[in-house]
Design a protein around this ligand. Structure first.
Ligand SMILES: [Zn+2]
Length: 100
């Protein structure tokens, strides 16, 4: 998946930045709604314990799902990591088929 430098969701434009390395073992990406910044680490990144990073496509889709839900005013849904992760995987599957 080609990752753009910026992406617009609703009336808000987010900058997308690749993280040089992972600072927190449980964090492959982050979304700061107030700052308008989405960060991601790609699959080449490793945690301190050597675990390889997640595929960047799902990391980006996960963070975009947070941004979409918060743009919708549904912070309650955005806080449900299980819902966000499931939605991200399913949208990614569908979008890959739409691209042909
Ligand atoms: Zn999350």
């Amino acid at each position: 998946m080609k990752i753009p430098r910026k992406i617009t969701i609703g009336s808000r434009t987010f900058k997308i930045k690749k993280m040089a390395r992972i600072s927190n073992e449980s964090e492959w990406g982050s979304m700061d709604w107030d700052a308008g910044i989405i960060k991601y680490a790609d699959g080449k990144s490793k945690t301190r314990s050597g675990e390889k990073g997640k595929n960047k496509d799902i990391v980006i889709m996960h963070e975009l799902t947070h941004a979409i839900l918060e743009t919708m005013g549904r912070e309650d849904m955005s806080q449900d990591e299980g819902l966000v992760e499931a939605q991200a995987w399913l949208y990614l599957q569908v979008f890959k088929q739409l691209r042909g």
